[in-house]
Design a protein around this ligand. Sequence first.
Ligand code: COA
Length: 162
Amino acid sequence: MPRIIKKLSAKDNLILLKMHNKNFSSSYWEEDNWNHFLSPDRKSLMCAIKKKGAYAGFIMGKPTQASCSVMLLNTLLVAPAYRKNGYGKRLVAFFLSTAFSIPQTRKVILHFRDSNKKILLPFYKKLGFGNHSIRGFYTNGELKHYMSLTKKCFLKESKSLS
Ligand SMILES: CC(C)(COP(=O)(O)OP(=O)(O)OC[C@H]1O[C@@H](n2cnc3c(N)ncnc32)[C@H](O)[C@@H]1OP(=O)(O)O)[C@@H](O)C(=O)NCCC(=O)NCCS
């Protein structure tokens, strides 16, 4: 049974950085930037999913302002060998419940590339995200899609599922 891991050591973070850079070669992160993003003062959120001792994926995000009222879901990755097993869904659900357990957080937002629209638009819609629009471009000229989920909608949805 895959497990969600909330407490990640420096060694784990390095493994996840390698996984990130291997799968997102166009947005390579240096180790310093990665560690800075994850430093406690940035109030970032990160968790990973492990199957039989190996990392299968992770999710990370951070508040857009010091107030934590808007949380940006920066990165979601499930390694190719583990996809379509519900891990992505579990990681997003965990991220949302953690983000919305912060009293100040009222909205989670995310962006994705036009080339991923076919998969990610229905994927995030199923997870409750809406308010879909185009908000600018990536540096390579690709359209930048935006979606969001408010705490109000999240709580309403969670209530109807329980
Ligand atoms: C997008 C991603 C995280 C999905 O992870 P996953 O573990 O395969 O997703 P899940 O198994 O939880 O699937 C959830 C739903 O999305 C659907 N889905 C997932 N991948 C899909 C695909 N390639 N094509 C069509 N539907 C897909 C599943 O069928 C499932 O639908 P269901 O709830 O009706 O059964 C994964 O493909 C990935 O890491 N992609 C590359 C990185 C990326 O695009 N990250 C997002 C950046 S914002």
